[in-house]
Design a protein around this ligand. Structure first.
Ligand SMILES: Cc1cc2nc3c(=O)[nH]c(=O)nc-3n(C[C@H](O)[C@H](O)[C@H](O)COP(=O)(O)OP(=O)(O)OC[C@H]3O[C@@H](n4cnc5c(N)ncnc54)[C@H](O)[C@@H]3O)c2cc1C
Length: 333
């Protein structure tokens, strides 16, 4: 292990190896590029395909625009494509299950690397190693087969391992961070313009990672070693069923990106409800009648419809309570 730093926003030394901010859509070097041209160029250089895909296929909200998408089949391919964009001064956006992402209407200006084919899971000491695109429900199933439990609290959450580690997904007083032993990341060194001069795949242990409430590892996550807890198969099944039943009773079935705002001292859903906003619609998007913190796609909802409701909630909650809601989803333009 070298002396590389894994502290979020560690920008003090532009030449030290640094973890990239995967949430920002910034271009880092060049100012203008044609997204289709540049994606075709990278696809041909890397010998891979690039497809134009819609929000319907890419996100759980299922409304919004489209994007140029690469779906690497191996970690090597992922690194090859990601670094080909970096050489052109472009940070590709990494997409897992798309369950916390709203894809803006129109054609996205940022290329997407979708991890869904990087979904291998293998059993290891005390748990499993899962590639970033593995679904959390498959991790739970793999642990269960080995007489272990852990991620039942995320039953019903359509997250991948990368997305859950990035967002520190949590529920029922438990969070992803509690189960992480190590994270495999793509780290890099860059020059003053943000262009990579070197990169490496590395394993970082839990104690070097900074997790907070709904704030996880700000890195390019290739996989994670997840610690299981001893648990009988039937107990794991029962726990999952219990959590799923609670979700079914409280959360809408329409397409959504889960909770729109992080909770503060008071639950955001309650604040929105008290502003009388439940059931309010803009176009095909609606603030759920069941849960104030869910904006659902009730049919034909666009990203603009969604964002109008987000802004309405922010404005009304601020006006009534003086509280600024903190957005939990990622808006990708
Ligand atoms: C019905 C429903 C219920 C939900 N319930 C909960 C809940 O109880 N608790 C909760 O915390 N969340 C919940 N969510 C939100 C969401 O599932 C989580 O935030 C989840 O962690 C996102 O995972 P994902 O794989 O879908 O990530 P995406 O939505 O694809 O991406 C989210 C962010 O993670 C980044 N990312 C994804 N993969 C990687 C990677 N390999 N490396 C680096 N960055 C990466 C993306 O760039 C983006 O910034 C819910 C969502 C839905 C639709």
């Amino acid at each position: 292990m070298s002396d590389m730093k894994y502290i979020e926003n560690n920008k003090s030394n532009a030449c030290s190896r640094d973890i990239i901010d995967t949430c920002s859509n910034d271009k880092i070097g060049i100012i203008n590029y044609d997204i289709i041209d540049v994606c075709q160029e990278v696809a041909s250089e890397c010998g891979v395909e690039c497809q134009i895909m819609t929000a319907n296929a890419l996100t759980t909200y299922k409304g919004g625009g489209s994007a140029c998408v690469f779906t690497p089949k191996s970690e090597e391919e992922f690194v090859k494509i990601y670094s080909a964009f970096i050489r052109r001064g472009i940070k590709a956006f990494i997409l897992g299950g798309g369950s916390n992402v709203i894809l803006a209407d129109g054609l996205c200006k940022v290329p997407i690397l979708c991890t869904k084919q990087l979904n291998g899971i293998r059993v290891c000491d005390d748990g499993v190693y899962a590639e970033c695109g593995a679904r959390i429900c498959d991790v739970t199933a793999a642990l269960k087969e080995c007489g272990m439990g852990g991620f039942e609290f995320l039953s019903g959450v359509p997250a991948t391992v990368g997305g859950a580690v990035r967002m520190n997904a949590g529920a029922f007083n438990a969070q992803t961070a509690d189960y992480i032993k190590q994270v495999r990341v793509l780290s890099h060194k860059c020059d003053d313009n943000g262009i990579w001069t070197d990169f490496a795949v590395e394993t970082v242990s839990r104690d070097k990672l900074d997790f907070g409430y709904r704030q996880g590892v700000n890195a390019i996550i290739l996989g994670a070693t997840i610690m299981g807890r001893e648990m009988e198969y039937d107990k794991s099944v029962e726990l999952s069923k219990r959590y799923l039943a609670i979700r079914a009773a409280k959360q809408p079935k329409y397409p959504s990106c889960g909770s729109v705002f992080a909770n503060g001292e008071l639950p955001s859903g309650k604040l929105i409800e008290e502003c009388g906003l439940k059931g309010v619609r803009v176009g095909g998007a609606m603030i759920s009648e069941m849960h104030g913190n869910f904006i659902v796609n009730a049919g034909g909802g666009t990203a603009n419809d969604f964002m109008s409701l987000v802004k309405l909630c922010e404005k009304e909650v601020y006006a009534k309570f003086g509280i600024m809601l903190r957005r939990e989803f990622v808006y990708l333009k």
